[in-house]
Design a protein around this ligand. Structure first.
Ligand code: ADP
Ligand code: MG
Length: 363
């Protein structure tokens, strides 16, 4: 683990600091009171005409400043409004796309730390900014499939068929409605049995890696794999298939417990099954700015992991937890909310970071 005592917890990055702005002053544009009221209509028109001519002359001489176009302040509110307009109008600017497909495994054996929320929202944010993204749902609960509104009822073609029946991934991938460039390989509850059914199969840890290797990823920029809350065969499959590991860490007291075990598992997989595996990204989730504990956890994580930790921090936000019940990400559900803003920032950071870790995906 790397230490980086120089890093400060960037609450300001998330809350946003209002940059002071000044509004342009308009000087000398007052009409003399009472004149229009006392003169007749024709007189008023003549008077206005005379004065307009004088005003135009003043503008030409630079004595009068006309208002400039309104300044868009860099405040949290302005950023939220801008994001809402971009997302709703489908006009978000493109972010840099990686040279080759980045395969990112979102893993943490603790449940409820924000793995699914992170996989879904990063995927939507990246797709809205011009990337081609595939979400692979590897959790039998199918939460990512629900959030993306992709059919995952029992019997629907799913990742189970890929892992256990050797069905090509392309057969089960579905487009996500409403988000161009985004698709999902759904998980059904059948996948719960896969942990056991995989045991006697040949190369049981590499089934997903093989499926991805056989899949045409030439048009894809990102594959995000949403893991179940365990370190069983499904998670091991995702670690063997992935190149980068993204660990969401909840800003709570027990957050760091169990992390050691995850790091050991990553080391083991790197040592025996996938030498390319790196922990490329750590994301702090469910940050509650009102508690000192959240700040302490965040500080501790940063001091351990240095700049592997994204600057963006995901706040605890009701909008984030509401979105899945509408079959949406928080970014499409309420793009102006603090949660959506934070996921957009996190995704942009990821997009702009060096993608060299994914060299393997090209080969
Ligand atoms: P995991 O996939 O690690 O089990 P989830 O992403 O499903 O975790 O999140 C667990 C629960 O917490 C879900 O109900 C989710 O909606 C909620 N949640 C996730 N992130 C946030 C957040 N930033 N603010 C509020 N609730 C959140
Ligand atoms: Mg989950």
């Amino acid at each position: 683990m790397r230490g980086n005592p120089g890093l400060r917890f960037p609450v300001g990055d998330v809350a946003g600091n209002a940059a002071p702005t000044s509004r342009p002053q308009v000087a000398g544009l007052g009409w003399p009171g009472g004149v229009a009221g006392t003169a007749g209509a024709a007189g008023a028109a003549t008077w206005a005409g005379r004065h307009r001519t004088r005003l135009e002359a003043s503008v030409a001489e630079g004595a009068v400043r006309l208002p400039e176009p309104p300044i868009v302040a860099d405040t949290p509110l302005a950023r939220a409004a801008k994001a809402a307009v971009e997302v709703r109008g489908g006009r978000a600017p493109s972010w840099p796309r990686p040279d080759s497909c980045r395969i990112i495994t979102v893993a943490n054996q603790k449940g409820g730390v924000g793995k699914t929320t992170t996989a879904v929202n990063l995927a939507v944010a990246l797709a809205l900014h011009g990337a081609q993204v595939l979400v692979v749902d590897l959790d039998p609960q199918g939460n990512a499939s629900t959030a993306l509104d992709v059919d995952h009822r029992v019997g629907a073609p799913s990742v189970y068929n890929v892992l256990v029946d050797d069905q090509p991934l392309a057969d089960i991938v579905r487009p996500v409605e409403g988000v161009r460039g985004l698709s999902c390989a759904p998980a059904t509850i059948d996948l719960a049995g896969a942990e056991i059914e995989l045991v006697p199969l040949v190369a049981r840890e590499s089934r997903l890696a093989r499926a991805l290797a056989a899949h045409d990823v030439s048009d894809l920029d990102y594959i995000l794999i949403d893991c179940p809350p365990s370190l069983g065969l499904l998670t091991v499959n995702s670690l063997v298939a992935g190149v980068e590991v993204l660990i969401p860490i909840q800003c709570e007291y027990y957050a760091l417990e169990g992390l050691e075990q995850l790091l050991r598992t990553v080391d083991l997989v790197r040592g025996h099954l996938n030498e390319h595996l790196v922990i490329s990204t750590i994301l702090l989730t469910m940050y509650d700015a009102r508690t000192r504990l959240a700040a302490q956890v965040a500080e501790e994580v940063r001091s351990h992991f240095g700049d592997t930790v994204l600057r963006a921090v995901i706040p605890r936000s009701v909008r984030v937890s509401e979105a899945p019940s509408y079959g949406q990400s928080v970014i499409t559900y309420d793009p102006g909310s603090t949660g959506a803003q934070a996921y957009l920032e996190a995704a942009q950071e990821m997009a702009e970071r060096n993608a060299s870790a994914s060299a393997k995906a090209a080969g």
